[in-house]
Design a protein around this ligand. Structure first.
Ligand SMILES: Cc1cc2nc3c(=O)[nH]c(=O)nc-3n(C[C@H](O)[C@H](O)[C@H](O)COP(=O)(O)OP(=O)(O)OC[C@H]3O[C@@H](n4cnc5c(N)ncnc54)[C@H](O)[C@@H]3O)c2cc1C
Length: 425
């Protein structure tokens, strides 16, 4: 980008990443237009996710050993990670890069970058929450990673200590303490091995937060264009000219592609390669009368890899699973059943309620990069920025990513090092 500061800026996509980007840019006094194809904010991956703001578990999925698990689980409906054999040819170069990033040193490096970003993002989220008085059904009392196997717990404590070094607090806790903090787990006391508590973690409704962020950006002067689909980004010579939508062309000095899993397709005609693969996950949201039986802390059931999220007085969401199956948001009943079976094991008191017929079911596509960290900053085409590829941690990383990209648009020094997040790495 040349040294002239942009004035007219377009953000493409109003998920949690695009809405926060619009807010960070509007706060800097730019003329921001936020363009979204759906009728409202957060109607795709940011709509009904697990809600956890959990920097200390933002390591990428491609930990050493994942390949073996994927192969062993081929065809199994109850596996947390599931690779559809039909999708393998479409994964191409992305798939090879995903595999090569399972090497231990790379994995640790990528994990530490994600954690760094997640922690910075939590600071930014807290600042905005305070500044604008945002309420999004948040919980601020930490999270717990729950274990039913002593060996797995011991391994995990050691791994987390190595991974986090001094970056984030972890607290291994015994069964009595687990029950004291989360009485909803009392019925499984005999099976529990313990937990790791993360006192800094939070949770909240990412959709509600996105709507608030978009609204706040609008109050600061941003123009919100919902129901408007971007068809292409127009570059003349080496300069961004405009963004072409189904409602007409909008002139711009700069744009930020924040279109989640659809970012790759938008960037490709400009010769920009954004390696993002859509990994489907599911959630089931319940309204449960007996609120006293609901868990209050956000929890991760480590072996089955699903999370629980309390939403207000009566709401409970169970979210998880990872299907490598291409761009489809189809809800597969067998996968939902596997998610809910895990939830019933964790919360047997609620077993009768935690059935698909009583749930609002949802599937979303996580925008996953082959190494794990998101793609942040200016691409090789001057004036075209990207903020995408946050994978399973987009809510955790959104506010910080927005601030970093907005700072780069303005030519301000970044608050944390951008190494490891470059869009063309
Ligand atoms: C089951 C599940 C559980 C999860 N749990 C957590 C969690 O607990 N914590 C966490 O941090 N993260 C979690 N995530 C990940 C998180 O939800 C995502 O990383 C995040 O929502 C991605 O946000 P985004 O804004 O990049 O994408 P999106 O929310 O998909 O937003 C992109 C937007 O761009 C719009 N768009 C695309 N193309 C165009 C176009 N051509 N024109 C106009 N608009 C366009 C789309 O309509 C969409 O609204 C979870 C994800 C899933 C699926």
């Amino acid at each position: 980008m040349n040294n002239r500061k942009p004035e007219r800026l377009i953000v493409i996509g109003a998920g949690v990443v695009g809405t926060t980007t619009a807010l960070a840019l509007a706060e800097r006094g730019l003329q921001v237009t936020l363009v979204e194809r759906n009728a409202e904010a957060a109607d795709e991956t940011s709509q009904a996710n697990g809600g956890g703001i959990t920097p200390a578990h933002s390591e990428p999925w491609n930990a050493p050993g994942l390949l073996g698990k994927l192969v062993r689980n081929l065809g199994r409906a109850d596996a947390p990670y599931r690779l559809s054999p039909l999708a393998v040819p479409g994964m191409g170069l992305w798939g090879l890069r995903f595999l090569s990033n399972m090497r231990r040193e790379r994995f640790l490096n990528n994990a530490r970058n994600n954690i760094r970003l997640g922690l910075y993002s939590l600071e930014c989220l807290r600042r905005w929450r305070e500044r604008y008085g945002m309420e999004y059904r948040q919980t601020l009392s930490g999270s717990m990673q729950v274990y039913f196997s002593r060996e797995l717990l011991a391994e995990s404590v050691q791994f987390r200590r190595e991974l986090l070094e001094e970056a984030a607090a972890i607290e291994p806790i015994g069964v009595d303490e687990v029950i004291a903090r989360e009485p909803a787990l009392a019925p499984v006391r005999r099976d529990l091995a313990g937990a790791i508590a993360f006192p800094e973690h939070e949770s909240g409704d990412a959709r509600q937060f996105s709507i608030l962020a978009a609204g706040q950006a609008e109050k600061l002067g941003a123009r919100l264009m919902f129901g408007t689909s971007v068809q292409s980004i127009r570059v003349d010579g080496d300069r961004l000219r405009s963004v072409v939508t189904d409602q007409g062309e909008i002139a711009a000095d700069a744009c930020v592609i924040a279109a989640g899993p659809a970012s790759t397709k938008l960037a490709r005609p400009l010769g920009i390669r954004l390696p993002i693969y859509p990994v489907r996950g599911y959630s089931a949201t319940f309204e449960i009368e007996r609120s006293e039986a609901l868990p209050t802390l956000p929890m991760l059931d480590t072996a089955s890899r699903f999370v629980t999220l309390r939403l207000g007085e009566h709401g409970l969401r169970i979210a998880g699973l990872a299907d490598f199956a291409g761009h489809t948001r189809r809800i597969l009943p067998r996968r939902v059943e596997s998610l809910l079976a895990g939830a019933r094991r964790l919360l047997p008191e609620l077993a009768e309620e935690l059935v698909a017929e009583r749930a609002q079911l949802w599937a979303g596509l996580r925008p996953v990069t082959p190494d794990g960290p998101p793609l942040l900053g200016e691409t090789r085409v001057p004036g075209v920025f990207v903020n995408a590829g946050h994978g399973p941690m987009g809510w955790t990383m959104a506010c910080g990513s927005a601030e970093l990209v907005a700072a780069q648009v303005m030519g301000e020094p970044p608050a944390i090092a951008l190494e490891g997040f470059e869009p063309h790495r």
